[in-house]
Design a protein around this ligand. Structure first.
Ligand code: GH3
Ligand code: MG
Length: 337
């Protein structure tokens, strides 16, 4: 059975003996795929997304340079590091490979130690890159997405909704009287509360496309693609109740609780618009929820909320909560749990 935690290598070479030799060197440490021509290599790379590709340069039909440039022009495969392994030992060949975006170049004849070390270098760089990417989009305290990731997702989903003429909804969630909570229990306890609230909000979202981020301080943002206002208000109410009932453990005392106020905005974005006013609308609704006494979800009803009287004008996706769905929705109807 394949070990999914192992890094994987794709060997591309038209000489069967070369594939056997490299497989022999690598199979102990890596999951190895092999392709004996360029078109098979492109297919395997797109399907299995290996961590590193070892690519022969001289192959009939499609040579290694062509394979590399096709890998680079495919969104899915363009970031996979490619190491040329070749007997074409000319400075021009090496320069051409590196100029096309090859990560490294191994000349034949090679030693197994060199092959292993060059691959290890690429894997180490890959791990570093993945860690940096993860850190750049993650909120350190709560482990959910950060504001930068939210802004990115918001742009994507806004454009998608505009293209598809479908609804998008946004919840802005703010912890009530959190300054007083910090003053009473201390900032470390406040940090624990933020961690628990983040988890409660994340667990309250049922669709895989729903997205939560820490907006900043004691505010969170939830993006609900393909969801109209009535559905968004149901999700907001579900979150509000879950937070209200979530015990926040405290050392040396009984568990504490906090409540949240939630501003909700929903619209079908007009083409060529930005989501800036939409966010301001949700913020305005949050302000209203606070003004109405807190621990409330309020909808923005300004010019950007263009929901028709009948939600069914935009078909909502079917519920994907499975049999455990709490709201009792039926297939084809919008899930509001
Ligand atoms: P309201 O109900 O009007 O939102 O009142 P509030 O006290 O929650 O609002 P205010 O804006 O006055 O205070 C926000 C507080 O959130 C102040 C700040 O100490 C706390 N806060 C923001 N970020 C963090 C954090 O990372 N950790 C902790 N412990 N507290 C934070
Ligand atoms: Mg607050």
């Amino acid at each position: 059975m394949m070990n999914r935690n192992r890094n994987s290598i794709l060997i591309v070479d038209d000489e069967k003996l070369n594939i056997i030799a490299l497989t022999h060197i690598l199979t102990e440490d890596y999951t190895v795929y092999a392709a004996k021509n360029g078109s098979d290599a492109l297919e395997i790379a797109a399907e299995y997304l290996p961590d590193v590709i070892l690519l022969d340069v001289l192959m009939p039909e499609m040579d290694g340079f062509e394979v590399l440039s096709r890998l680079k022009s495919n969104e899915q495969t363009k970031e996979i590091p490619v190491i040329f392994v070749t007997g074409l030992n000319t400075p021009e060949g090496e320069a051409e490979g590196l100029a096309l975006g090859a990560a490294d170049y191994i000349s034949k004849p090679y030693s197994s130690a060199i092959v292993k070390l060059r691959i290890r270098n690429q894997i180490q760089m890959l791990n570093l890159l993945n860690m940096t990417r993860h850190l750049s989009v993650t909120d350190q305290l709560t482990g959910i997405s950060n504001r930068r990731d939210f802004d990115y997702r918001m742009r994507l989903e806004w454009e998608r909704a505009s293209r598809d003429r479908s609804f998008i909804s946004l919840l802005l969630i703010d912890i009530d009287k959190f300054k007083a909570y910090n003053d009473s229990y201390g900032h470390l306890q406040g940090d624990s509360a933020l961690q628990i609230i983040a988890e409660v909000i994340a667990c309250s979202l049922k669709r895989s496309v729903d997205f939560v981020a820490r907006w900043g301080g004691e505010e969170f943002a939830v993006l609900l693609p393909a969801t109209a206002l009535s559905g968004a208000l149901s999700v907001a109410e579900h979150i509000r109740k879950n937070v209200e009932h979530a015990p926040i453990p405290r050392a040396g005392g009984p568990p504490t609780r906090v409540t949240v106020s939630i501003g909700v905005n929903s619209c079908i974005p007009e083409p060529e618009t930005l989501g800036h006013e939409f966010v301001i609308g949700a913020d305005q609704a949050l302000y209203d929820a606070k003004a109405q006494g807190r621990n409330k979800a309020s909808a923005y009803r300004g010019v950007l909320s263009q929901e028709p009287a009948d939600d069914s004008e935009t078909p909502a996706p079917s519920c994907d909560c499975g049999p455990a769905c709490e709201c009792g929705c039926q297939e084809g109807k919008e899930c509001t749990c």
